[in-house]
Design a binder for this molecule. Sequence first.
Ligand SMILES: [Zn+2]
Length: 256
Amino acid sequence: MTAGSRRRSHGPLLAALTALVVAVGCAAGGVGENAPQEPREPAPRQSSRPAAAPSSLEAETTRADGTTSVAEFKSDIADAVTIAERYWAAQFRTSGEQFRPISRIVPYQREGEISCAGQALPRNNAVYCSQGDFIAYDVNWSVSAFRQVGDAFVFYLLGHEYAHGIQVRLGLRANFTIQQELQADCMAGAYLGDSVRDGTLRLDAGDLDEFREGLLAVGDDPDQPWFAEGSHGTAEQRTDWFFRGYERSLDACNLR
Ligand SMILES: [Zn+2]
């Protein structure tokens, strides 16, 4: 849906990508005080791309110039956060509820730099930490996923973690991790699909492939029992739930 053509080639997915297992809200935890806070507003874009109108943020998930700089990554993360905040604020408003955005989005680089519930966060991961109400992600790992899979992956990743914060706000607690995780995938899909439908986000066909590719990379090992703690679902299940939400919005996500 963007005018730009995609020129970035996709490398093979690193095995490290399969480490995108995200703890559903480490139940309690501290927040690293020294972590730089990610900017909340989209950075001004360079190049010939038209600037987004302030009243209706339009984010692109495709880079017409094919570059994959850290600056672009940061800009995408910031856009993804802004769009998620607006999206969920609108959903809450519709239900007559007060919405409180997730308080902090925290990049980290080293193991143990950030902890949640007294547990040091490992590298190659992204989490929503309910204690402290923040999202933390390994920035080096995320940038490498961004370069390998594409920029749409950043929107998925943020959308998934943001959904965990929404689950906490709504008091949604499933019996098994996998239910919580697949619901978060569905909610991430709804946030993205709805944002595309209302024109907040512009995707092109390549971005949908990037979602699929990213979801394939984060599926559980087929041998892992579904009921195991930490199970997120197979690649097939995750893809299925993401696109349920993407196509049918939040009604598909069993929020009630
Ligand atoms: Zn998760």
